[in-house]
Ligand binder design. Structure first.
Ligand code: ATP
Ligand code: MG
Length: 581
């Protein structure tokens, strides 16, 4: 390819609205252009790199026994109602109406479609296991599309769905995908690691997210260097001890706390109740119903855990300034700061308590009377807890639950997700099979996603320097950039460029000749910005000496005899490829 025949609109300035380096480089290196927030056009260099990621994904899916299909992007909403996800997806699901006012959904993921296929196509246990995958566009009405391709409204995803007849079979399918993901990210040159992920209301411990460590990631990952425990903070638990028992007093005792509405204020003079002896009482509206949530005063509620453990679709803290919510505080008898669950809890309200409070006594909590608290509260004796769950957020330094060493926390980008679904979709959508005894049973499913566009950007987020992108050879839009410093068709530099181009492409390398009539500095800067792994510079001076200048993107410039140049570059690219195999 010649630079002038393709389209690489590099930018000198960093676009103002691109917050993270990979987003800036996507734009500066001319890989993509924004149509509007969350929607991007892929330009040739971006498309080539994206196609490489997609090809790696396809190769590894095929290797793991995946069967490639392509499903419609327009989905009838009745299958979403049937699976129960129409509600659960809420506004994330793009809905469109046709001329007859019938509603359709734009594919955010395809469990419903593939399960419908399985329901229609399969009947016998002999037909399994099966694993279908596609690489296709997904649409999600994200509240905050941002960071370029990282969180877009429309993006490319590889989604796969496994069907098995037994739980053990489903676990084997899961493990195959887990292993394939490990290979995919390694081949993309990414330092990915798997973490335990929230499994929502399905339960079990069979969900992992694949994460790329990055300060700009939107996930917090809790991990232990000693034993390799790693989990998304939405799931992570630690080995902190329960609240130490105390001699319980005879009964809760009310005391005046005028103007005290925070844990910190109650911890100070004259009350001096340490945060770890306080119960924090929160009012949430979960699926339109008020609930009380109790966590220890020194702990933070983890809303994701709360949603997952209770199966709530929609939850938010009640707001005393909102008249619709105010009634709930009125029912309790107090405003935030004086709330508790010992008395005045209206009938029908659920009280959810964090496990760390189990068995605690000698605790202090709001009295449900403004300006008063209760001391000597015993969880078991004085509070009617409806459900106990792990609801708190782990913090760095807490002991690992497995090995007691201090836990660490870091930011990461989620690039993939493997999930054992069980019969969540096969039951409502009737995807069943006849077993050996002729009995009908639901298929056991798994689903497996990779954000292909997000993975591409993660490669850039992980591989860059002040000059531009540093691609692994497996994903780079071209392996080699030949930079002749004179570009007239009959100049020696251009002739040599063409000769090298022919030799390198013959050997299977992907090569671009920068045939722009530009100053050398401009060309070198652009080739570094776009990040071609290796450059061959053809200048008058070195040509006169019978040499060319070879410059790996991250290595030192070296002069090589003209006749050795092609073999040198071929060997270099081969060695780089081998590192990623
Ligand atoms: P997130 O928590 O980041 O919203 P998710 O849990 O909703 O992701 P999945 O439904 O598991 O994501 O989708 C599979 C993969 O698709 C994710 O691991 C991620 O790489 C990618 N992905 C999800 N949402 C987006 C998006 N809005 N833009 C780009 N990629 C996305
Ligand atoms: Mg999401």
């Amino acid at each position: 390819m010649r630079w002038t025949q393709t389209f690489i609109p590099t930018l000198k300035e960093t676009p103002a609205d691109a917050e993270i380096v990979s987003h800036q480089l996507l734009l500066r290196a001319g890989l993509v252009r924004k149509l509007t927030g969350g929607l991007y056009t892929f330009l040739p260099m971006g498309l080539r790199a994206l196609t490489k990621v997609a090809t790696i994904v396809r190769e590894e899916m095929d290797r793991a026994g995946g069967i490639e299909v392509s499903m419609p992007l327009l989905q009838p909403t009745d299958i979403w109602h049937a699976s129960g996800r129409y509600e659960a997806m809420r506004d994330n699901l793009y809905k469109v109406k046709d001329r007859a006012q019938k509603e359709w959904a734009l594919c955010p993921t395809a469990e419903e479609v593939i399960t419908t296929l399985a329901a229609n196509e399969f009947s016998s246990y002999k037909q399994f296991p099966k694993n279908f995958y596609q690489v296709g566009t997904k649409f999600r009405d994200e509240i905050r599309p941002r960071f370029g391709l990282m969180r877009a409204k429309e993006f490319l995803m590889k989604d796969a769905y496994s069907f098995d007849t037994t739980d053990a079979g489903a676990m084997a399918s899961y493990q195959k995908m887990y292993d394939a993901y490990t290979r995919i990210f390694a081949r993309c040159g990414l330092r990915a690691f798997a973490v335990e992920a929230d499994t929502g209301i399905i339960g079990g411990n069979h969900s992992h997210e694949f994460m790329i460590p990055a300060e700009t990631g939107e996930n917090d990952v809790v991990y232990c260097e000693a034993c390799n425990y790693a989990a998304n903070i939405e799931k992570a638990a630690s080995g902190l001890p329960k609240t130490a028992p105390r001699d319980p007093g005879p009964a809760p005792e009310k005391f005046a706390t005028p103007g005290v509405v925070t844990i910190e204020a109650l911890a100070k003079d004259p009350y001096k109740v340490p945060a770890n002896r306080q119960i924090k009482t929160l009012v949430f509206i979960a699926d339109s119903k008020p609930v009380l949530i109790l966590v220890r005063g020194d702990d933070q509620l983890n809303e994701a855990k709360f949603m997952a453990k209770t199966g709530a679709i929609d939850a938010r803290p009640a707001d005393a300034k909102n008249p619709a919510d105010l009634v709930h505080f009125t029912a309790l008898g107090a405003m935030p700061g004086s709330l508790g669950a010992v008395r005045n809890v209206p009938t029908g309200w659920k009280v959810l308590a964090d496990e760390r409070l189990r068995g605690a006594n000698g605790m202090t909590t709001g009295a449900n009377e403004d300006g008063f608290h209760l001391r000597d509260v015993s969880m078991d004796r004085d509070i009617q807890v409806t459900e106990w769950h792990d609801l708190r957020t782990v913090t760095a330094g807490e002991p690992c639950a497995k090995c007691a060493k201090p836990l660490k926390i870091r930011r990461a980008i989620e690039v993939g997700h493997v999930f054992k679904l069980g019969t969540k979709y096969s039951v409502p959508l009737n995807a069943t099979f006849l077993d050996e005894a002729g009995q009908r049973a639901p298929l056991v499913m798994g689903c497996y996603g990779i954000g292909v566009t997000r993975t591409l950007q993660a490669v850039i987020e992980q591989g860059n320097d002040k000059d531009g992108i540093i691609w692994p050879v497996s994903v780079a839009p071209y392996h080699v950039c030949i930079t002749p410093l004179t570009v007239a068709a009959d100049s020696p530099a251009m002739k040599l460029a063409e000769q090298l181009y022919a030799e390198l492409t013959q050997a299977g390398l992907e090569v671009i000749i920068d045939d722009r009539d530009e100053r050398p500095g401009v060309k070198f800067k652009d080739s570094e910005l776009v990040g071609f792994p290796i450059r061959i510079g053809l200048g008058e001076k070195s040509l006169a000496k019978g040499e060319v200048e070879i410059k790996p993107r991250c290595g030192a410039l070296r002069s090589v005899k003209t006749e050795d140049a092609a073999a040198d570059v071929i060997a270099w690219v081969k060695a780089e490829k081998a590192k990623l195999a």
